[in-house]
Design a protein around this ligand. Structure first.
Ligand code: ZN
Length: 257
């Protein structure tokens, strides 16, 4: 088996160096994971890597615009199906995947793992002890989270499972998966407590919480941080630790300690 990365030309504050498109090649067959945004030069580079191998599919970890939109055009070009969890704004899977779905490339089995949290439709793909993580885990940064309870559960699900390598949707590979996952879990728990502390100290809106908790983070990322804060607030509310959390007003429980 051979794994190759083709970096999309979409660097930025939300995408780091750009989207990592992964090609997994085995016994003359190839799959493409996360083809990225629609960009002809990127498509040409992917096609150049596929060369004479037999394409068996284009896989999408989730339907965000930096991961999925090239999937259908590329699948058409390769005459191979596009695979994903669900349709999205610019993506329509030919074959729908779910937790436990399996497909093969050459002699290698690809196991599909549903990992909601960053996005409801997020999948990770496992081959032997290697995991393609999409935006569930990124190289060199934390992740914007839509559903905090699901996200934490999706991290726990991958822990202690014998993984030895993570290939993320952005940034560099990570070769100690359990350590990385532990850092992510600890980071989210810390943010959870920091947000509660900010509310106790008087922050009463999402923006005010972001100003306090994310003061050391690049302001270009504050809009993403606000989405993660809202996800933390929903979880704090479910946990009964805050009384309510609208978009602009956070109410602490009167007996909160
Ligand atoms: Zn994403």
């Amino acid at each position: 088996m051979r794994i190759q990365r083709v970096l999309a030309n979409n660097p930025g504050p939300f995408t780091g160096p750009g989207t990592n498109t992964w090609l997994v090649e085995d016994e003359g067959e190839v799959v493409v994971i996360d083809p990225g945004p629609v960009e002809s030069a990127h498509m040409e580079r992917i096609l150049g890597q596929v060369m004479s191998q037999t394409p068996v599919g284009v896989l999408v970890t989730h339907t965000h615009p930096d991961h999925a939109p090239l999937a259908n055009p590329l699948a058409g070009e390769l005459a191979a199906p596009a695979f994903g969890y669900a349709p999205g704004p610019e993506f329509d899977p030919d074959i729908v995947l779910a937790e436990g779905s399996g497909l093969t490339v050459g002699g290698s089995r690809i196991e599909v793992i549903h990992t909601p949290g960053h996005a409801d439709d997020h999948l990770c793909f496992r081959i032997a002890d290697i995991l393609f993580t999409g935006d569930h885990i990124m190289g060199g940064s934390s992740v914007m989270v839509e559903d905090m309870g699901s996200y934490m559960a999706s991290l726990e699900k991958l822990r202690g499972k014998g993984l030895t390598m993570l290939h993320p949707g952005h940034g560099d590979d990570m070769d100690e998966p359990d350590r990385v996952i532990d850092w992510y879990l600890a980071h989210r728990r810390q943010r959870h407590e920091d947000i509660l502390e900010a509310i106790r100290s008087g922050a009463a809106s999402t923006d005010e919480i972001v100003e306090v908790v994310y003061r050391d983070v690049d302001r270009a990322l504050h809009s993403l941080a606000a989405r993660s804060v809202r996800a933390h607030l929903r979880l704090l509310s479910e946990e009964g630790r805050i009384a309510s959390a609208g978009p602009d007003l956070v109410v602490l429980r009167t007996n909160s300690t």
